[in-house]
Ligand binder design. Structure first.
Ligand code: PLP
Length: 360
């Protein structure tokens, strides 16, 4: 079978070129006689792979020298607790923006370590938009401000960078990292699980400003202290070596595609294909406020939910898979991360039009 167009929210599609290179190098990496999976993480081959991945990520994102890049495990979900453990630094509370399911999980975890001040919430309209900063009630004494620039489930994206003065800004960028340029210097911590826009599941990228490292709450386990990993170049214990290698190939791929500026242009064009059509029909609808429509995750509904199953079946028959919406939202969701080619989005829109014609 040829490859399908996989609209999964995560683990998600990877660039074909990356998979093919990994295949070619699987058994014998660059003539060294073994697979990357079999290498000692302390050997010079693997250490070179990881150092190159970090260098390419730094170049792509323009990460300043006073930031550490950590390759960890435990997913973005572990960062929901590592962030408060590392960043509370003796302060009583932290500020959180609540824009959906992932924000809520981060908030729930932070409450175990201190007081949480929810600066604003969009729960009043079923998380279909993001409150603008004039509506946020920031606390000048907060340890940090946490937000989720792209809510993967709701498809709500924030395209501006919050202004938090001297209070460190923390972002869960799991589903929008590398999709467009971001000014890293505005952030204290950026974290992301890899399986949306970076590589395979199992790697978590954390980018942390170095003055925020080394002040964990008492009793923090060694593995949950950013300092442990910062001091050991993410090799305090065995890192997820194969996943980091694939992430490194993805970073190289991004560089051949014009870096993050190139990606942003492609992502704008891909998202416009879908949203323009959603706006032109009343057979389908987007539940998200226009200014917050995610370029990565596009939820949409059919006018008649009774047709959902038939829609999904027809999509699958055309090689368009993983379109079912999250159970908390219903309807459909097309995740169109960096690695989804424009042809995939076009094929989806063509099918949607055809289905509307037949059933509308
Ligand atoms: C997928 C996702 C997570 C959870 O990531 P895990 O790696 O599964 O822990 C957290 N936040 C956002 C925004 C996500 O998209």
């Amino acid at each position: 079978m040829e490859r399908l167009y996989n609209f999964s929210a995560g683990p998600a599609v990877l660039p074909r070129e990356v998979l093919e290179q990994a295949r070619d190098e699987l058994v014998n990496w660059q003539g060294c006689g073994m697979s990357v999976m079999e290498m000692s993480h302390r050997g010079k081959e693997y250490m070179g792979i990881q150092a190159q991945a970090e260098a390419d990520l730094r170049e792509l994102m323009g990460i300043p020298a006073n930031y550490k890049v950590l390759f960890l495990q435990g997913g973005a979900s572990s960062q929901f607790s590592m962030v408060p453990m590392n960043l509370l630094r003796g302060r009583a509370s932290a500020d959180y923006l609540n824009t959906g399911e992932w924000s809520k999980k981060a908030i729930k975890e932070a409450k175990k370590f201190g007081k949480v001040n929810v600066v604003a919430s969009s729960e009043d309209r079923n998380f279909s938009y993001a409150p603008t900063q004039d509506a946020w009630k920031l606390d000048a004494d907060a340890a940090y401000v946490h937000y989720t620039p792209n809510e993967t489930i709701g498809g709500v994206e924030i395209f501006w960078t919050p202004e938090t003065g001297d209070v460190p800004l923390v972002a869960d960028m799991s589903s929008c990292i590398l999709s467009r340029p971001m000014d890293v210097s505005k952030y204290g911590v950026i974290y992301a699980g890899a399986q949306k826009n970076i590589g395979p599941a199992g790697v978590t990228v954390v980018i942390v400003r170095d003055d925020l490292i080394g002040q964990v709450v008492d009793g923090t386990p060694t593995m949950f202290d950013y300092k442990t990993h910062a001091d050991n170049e993410s090799m305090y214990n065995t890192p997820p070596t194969y996943g980091i290698y694939i992430a490194g190939l993805v970073f190289k791929w991004l560089k051949t595609k014009g870096g993050l500026n190139g990606m942003e242009q492609r992502n704008i064009a891909k998202a416009a294909l879908l949203y323009d059509y959603l706006d032109a029909t009343d057979f389908y609808a987007s539940p998200v406020a226009r200014e917050n429509r995610s370029r990565m995750n596009v939820p949409f509904t059919l006018k008649d939910a009774a047709l959902d199953e038939e829609f999904l079946k027809g999509a699958k028959a055309r090689g368009l898979v993983q379109l079912k919406g999250h159970r908390s939202v219903g309807g459909m969701r097309a995740s169109i991360y960096n690695a989804m080619p424009v042809e995939g989005v076009q094929a989806l829109v063509d099918y949607m039009k055809e289905f509307e014609k037949a059933r509308g």
